[in-house]
Design a binder for this molecule. Structure first.
Ligand code: MN
Length: 234
């Protein structure tokens, strides 16, 4: 569990700040940082709204825990932690957990073998990049929203920029080929806005030191605007 103490301290503070924002009926946009911050931000949405679906847009599943992690990287564990599937130490400041049946991962293409088994055991829905190839992003995201929204009081979307193809979003720590196109990413955000169930948005893993001419940063900011209803014509 690398940098556990530092990450937990930051996440506890983030949890309190996101919760304060939600309690003022405002819409929090949380900018990462690596994906470990979602342990704090998603926990705040759960505390405020209790039953919250999670849409996890990511090349990875982030569903490892302290026992099965191949790397010890906590940014590979936050989704598992907020679902109550460990490590509990990452979410100790909150008693609210997500139901894995309302959790959907979209864009996955790099999942560890034990992580895959655990995802299936817990009932998380995973739409891999090949599902998107076969069915198209619009059909996939609509199904994902239905699953995450079913019986919940809203959806927290946690958007990892490494879901995109590295040619379009190079400024990420763990790039994986065969990713989403920019257009597919915008469709996800536009559908989320249309559905009007979004309670909070993380946009993470944008790293200016790895970026090229700030293209990943600019794209991330445009995706945030699309989630908030920005469009070319209305
Ligand atoms: Mn991630």
């Amino acid at each position: 569990m690398r940098f556990e103490k530092e990450i937990n301290e930051a996440n506890q503070e983030l949890y309190e700040r996101v919760l304060a924002c939600l309690n003022q009926d405002r819409f929090p946009v949380i900018l990462g940082g690596d994906h470990s911050i979602a342990a704090g931000s998603v926990s705040a949405s759960l505390t405020k709204y209790k039953h919250v679906g999670i849409l996890w847009i990511d090349a990875h599943a982030d569903f490892n825990d302290e026992k099965i992690t191949p790397s010890g990287n906590i940014h590979g564990m936050p989704l598992s932690a907020v679902c109550g599937c460990g490590p509990d130490s990452l979410v100790s400041y909150s008693s609210d957990r997500a139901d894995p049946l309302n959790v959907v991962i979209v864009g996955a293409r790099s999942i560890d073998p034990l992580e895959k088994i655990k995802l299936k055991e817990k009932g998380v829905t995973v739409y891999s990049i090949s599902d998107i190839h076969a069915e198209g992003i619009t059909a996939i995201i609509r199904k994902a929203i239905l699953t995450a929204g079913k019986g919940t009081n809203g959806i927290h979307m946690s958007f990892d920029m490494d879901a995109l193809d590295p040619t379009q979003a190079p400024g990420v720590g763990t790039p994986v080929n065969n990713g989403l196109t920019q257009r597919e990413a915008f469709i996800i955000c536009e559908e989320m806005y249309k559905y009007d169930k979004l309670v909070a948005l993380d946009i993470v893993e944008t790293n200016p030191l790895l970026d090229q001419r700030n293209m990943t940063g600019i794209l991330a900011s445009e995706l945030v605007l699309a989630c908030l209803g920005n469009t070319d014509y209305r």
